[in-house]
Design a protein around this ligand. Sequence first.
Ligand code: ADP
Ligand code: MG
Length: 312
Amino acid sequence: MGEFDLIRRYFQRPAVAGVEVGVGDDCAVLVPTPGARWLVSSDMLVEGRHFLSTVDAARLGHKALAVNLSDLAACGATPRGFTLALALPRADEAWLAGFSRGLLALADAHGCPLIGGDTTQGPLNICITVFGEAPPGQALLRSGARVGDEIWVSGRLGDARLALEVFRGTVALAGDGFEVVRAAMECPTPRVALGQALRGIATAAVDVSDGLLGDLGHILSASGVGARVEVDALPRSAVLAAQPQALQRECGLAGGDDYELVFTAPRGAALPDVGVALTRIGVIEADPGLRVVDARGTAVAHGLRSFDHFAA
Ligand code: ADP
Ligand code: MG
């Protein structure tokens, strides 16, 4: 199977509305919604760095697009399409079939067609660029949090990190519990509908990819504010809640790979119900920095940091 057979077989799909030219020419040609703003983001997944070489190919295809859709969700964008730059060690048909199935199932679920890309031989590396749209002035940014806003998080935090600790051998989980947290790590759900529903309501938003402390920290520095977060209020699964308190806090505060949305909204704002749990975890304050407290309001010393590829 040659390069072009591979592209045709696994990545070329019938044309859809809004895409005049998709896979197959030198460029894709998209039809913009009149007046809309484009929102564009790229995320790369490197074997051994972002995923284990043993991960199921369909789950990897799903995750590669999910982490990109999560960035669109964080900005309240409507997905319009994506490109896929793929380096593969070899043309393994079983792997390609699984990968493209997981990838394109999520793309279809969000009406986000694959419109082009590049394919090359090399160490397994997956880079996706997503394109989305939002009405002018309505993209959710990191810079809009105001003193007195409440801080909310969607879904649950910490399961992906707990699964990683099981793979690392530092935690043992039996049967079902492991499958629950493993699915959170390998098959995250991007909060695309929530992000769009928060347009005009949230004052700032970010998705949790590197860990709550660091990602909320991006909102704080971009907005020029501080925050108080109640660690015991962080939403967590029953599997995580059964772990020792220090591990629960580490996974919830610094875990990463959650792909939940953290957003700020004025106190009392009517929040949308899109079938995703929303939990209030803290409040924006004028004092810079992030203060972690327990349920009684006592400061919690944690010494935790979010993930950073180049941290010393
Ligand atoms: P060029 O040489 O002009 O860059 P390529 O030969 O790399 O074009 O790709 C041929 C066509 O296939 C282009 O339309 C490109 O966007 C598409 N394509 C290549 N790789 C992928 C991929 N992994 N997924 C989707 N489309 C792809
Ligand atoms: Mg090319």
